[in-house]
Write a protein that binds this ligand. Structure first.
Ligand SMILES: NC(=O)c1ccc[n+]([C@@H]2O[C@H](COP(=O)([O-])OP(=O)(O)OC[C@H]3O[C@@H](n4cnc5c(N)ncnc54)[C@H](O)[C@@H]3O)[C@@H](O)[C@H]2O)c1
Length: 249
């Protein structure tokens, strides 16, 4: 068991990468608290993770985060780690990106991990240390067209994570980032985000990759597991691209 008795918060744990991470961690002996805001994701978490603490939370709202992190700490009896997975992604060109869209992506993708990590810090300290793994994106390493707001939020998350790693080393908290490439999840399939691809668009996306396929959520969960487990005990402030070589340049 690589995470025996570790108590881990996973935001966005009711869908896609977050759900896969929660299932993988549970199989390795962790106790999980899922924080998510969508009723559908909360239902999925309750069904697939019956032993988990499942808490409704909007990670972009400080009061909601405070309440949810305290509920998670109480339900788990403490907190040893956080996986900040919850995220959204506007698909608009720079010209089409409104100030509101910028604030929305930054609110969830950057402020979310900030607020959750800050609320959980006293609990990580009380546990004698822990791990934070923030999920950014391959797009933050190699931007593509039409992703101004999303790219800004995820790029900010990478630098914030490195700054956190420096400041939290004294508390024995390691902070790392996983940058997924295109992964087959509801976020990518959700046409309400304009996320379905024509065969031509798909081929163009694959031209940027060394491994010419979409990734699976399981492949991101494996990276999350490594960076949360003690196998990565000497690793902090690192950015691990899990993207089939898509960010190589
Ligand atoms: N799927 C990909 O191709 C891909 C690529 C790069 C990065 N990512 C990142 O991986 C993470 C997970 O993506 P996914 O593909 O599993 O998406 P997903 O849509 O399947 O899951 C995201 C989950 O986050 C939750 N969420 C969204 N906003 C929230 C908020 N404000 N508060 C609480 N919960 C919220 C959603 O309800 C959902 O359950 C995101 O941060 C995303 O940006 C995904």
């Amino acid at each position: 068991m690589r995470l025996a008795d570790r108590r881990i918060i996973i935001t966005g744990g009711g869908s896609g990468i977050g759900l896969e991470t929660a299932l993988r961690f549970q199989a390795e002996g962790a106790r999980i608290a899922v924080l998510d805001r969508s009723p559908k994701s909360l239902d999925t978490a309750r069904t697939h993770l019956p032993q988990a603490v499942v808490v409704e939370c909007d990670v972009s709202h400080e009061a909601s985060v405070q309440r949810a992190v305290e509920a998670a700490a109480e339900g788990l009896g403490g907190i040893d780690g956080i996986c900040n997975v919850a995220g959204i992604g506007t698909r608009k060109s720079f010209e089409e990106t409104t100030a509101e869209a910028m604030m929305t992506d930054i609110g969830v993708n950057l402020m979310g991990p900030f607020l959750v990590s800050k609320a959980a810090l006293p609990h990580l300290r009380a546990a004698g240390g822990g791990t934070i793994v923030n999920v950014a994106s391959g797009l933050a390493l190699r931007p593509t067209e039409g992703r101004t707001a999303y790219g800004a939020s995820k790029g900010g998350l990478i630098v914030m994570s490195k700054a956190m790693a420096i400041d939290l080393a004294k508390d024995k908290v390691r902070v790392n980032v996983v940058c997924p490439g295109l992964i087959d999840t509801p976020l990518v399939k959700d046409t309400s985000h304009g996320a379905s691809f024509t065969p031509q668009q798909y081929e163009k996306l694959m031209d940027r990759r060394i491994i010419r396929r979409m990734g699976e959520a399981r492949e991101i969960a494996d990276a999350m597991l490594f960076l949360t487990s003690n196998e990565s005990s000497f690793i902090t402030a690192t950015v691990l691209a899990v993207d089939g070589g898509g960010s190589m340049h």
